[in-house]
Design a protein around this ligand. Structure first.
Ligand code: PRP
Length: 191
């Protein structure tokens, strides 16, 4: 079995978006953001941990000075009625500034919905959502995505920030888990 970051992990059945396609789309998003916020004070904010990978590449594709900040939240527990909760606050005051909330994936929408409310309560001049991946099939809370990389299928995905029990975030591509793994005993042990 290979441990290479270029190899498909054994739990996966296919590469859904390859690294070249991801970097090409991020370059386009960076240009779109640079044009939209030209001459403005822009702040990119992401949610630890999965969003870090997209933020790191996106910020280098935006050809203008900008600020960055990071939030952390404890996620809701699927099927257990839990709510999203803040575990790390912003470092900087965002009042009056233009903010882009950078997310790796919008799935149910509960995380972005919560974070948007939190950010808006701090009085920014504007907040737009830039998401690399959207899984609209699983939406519970409606979320306005101003800038989107890719619409994705309703599969368990890993790579480029998306993890399987903490692993595979650093894959340069996004891959789908095979159904045997998702629905089999190994998945049950990971829950
Ligand atoms: C992922 C992702 C989003 C959230 C989206 O984070 O980074 O923040 O899920 O899911 P939602 O639309 O259903 O709320 P996760 O909670 O897996 O934490 P991580 O970033 O540390 O992986």
């Amino acid at each position: 079995m290979s441990n290479s970051l270029l190899a498909l992990p054994p739990e996966c059945d296919a590469i859904v978006v390859d690294s070249h396609t991801i970097s090409t789309r991020i370059a386009e998003l960076g240009q779109e953001i640079a044009e939209k916020y030209d001459g403005e004070q822009l702040r990119l904010i992401t949610v630890l941990r999965g969003g870090v990978f997209f933020l790191a590449d996106l910020c280098r594709a935006i050809d203008m000075p900008l600020h960055m900040d990071f939030l952390a939240v404890a996620p809701y527990l699927p099927g257990k009625g839990g709510a999203v909760r803040m575990t790390k606050d912003l470092e900087d005051d965002i009042s009056g500034t233009r903010v882009v909330l950078v997310e790796d994936v919008v799935d149910t929408g509960l995380t972005v919905n919560y974070v948007l409310s939190f950010l808006r309560s701090h009085g920014p001049a504007s907040v737009d959502v830039c998401a690399l991946f959207d899984k609209p099939a699983r939406r519970i809370a409606s979320v306005p995505i101003a800038m989107l990389g890719f619409e994705m299928p309703d599969r368990f995905l890993v790579g480029y920030g998306l993890d399987l029990a903490g692993r595979y975030r650093n894959l340069p591509f996004v891959a789908s888990l095979n159904d045997d793994f998702v629905f089999g005993d190994r998945a049950a042990r990971l829950r």
